[in-house]
Design a protein around this ligand. Sequence first.
Ligand SMILES: [Zn+2]
Length: 227
Amino acid sequence: MVFLSLILLGGWFWANEDVEIIPIQHASMILKWQDQVIHVDPWSQGNYEGQPQADLILLTDVHGDHLDLKQIAEVSKPDTVVISPLSVQESVTQAGILQNGDSTTVYGIGIEAIPMYNLKRGPSEGRLYHERGRGNGYLLKLGTSRVYISGDTACTPEMKALTDVDIAFISMNLPYTMTPEEAAECVNAFKPRIVYPYHYRGSDLEKFRSSVTAPGVEVVLLDWYGK
Ligand SMILES: [Zn+2]
């Protein structure tokens, strides 16, 4: 039956025994690893009721669905560490700056900033929605798991060159990032063990799933918009 082919899992999901994933809204999520709570792009359009505050906040970009000062304050504790690119730190002054290619370790969590940018899409001729160098995707080392969060990006050479990724969160939606087919092309290139579409409002997830053809890649659909 065709209608059974698209099943969205709500609530939380264990990707493996180490990392718990809580989709919040669009680009916003919580990852739990050991006793650490990581918030990615906390956004006040999401429902944070009952969710823990952050030990670590990762911010990817200056756009409103990624940079929300009110929600950053809501999920912060006195000892919360915030990591962002320089462009975001201009607004979030407590953030530690990680530029593309930089790495650091916070509370035992390895963090590498991966470039995220458009190759061709932009608001007008000669301009891009996301200029290279402004925003960060992140590659996290959580124990033995390598977790990649793409941020708003096209299928860049940097993404295609990733290796040994266990869990990947891949953005898609037009006009800002990728089509499902473009996202799948990138996934087929770097072959993460599990891929979760996120930041996918309006995208055809079945098209994404059917276009992910690389062997050994599992597509898992979580519900990022149902709350
Ligand atoms: Zn976005």
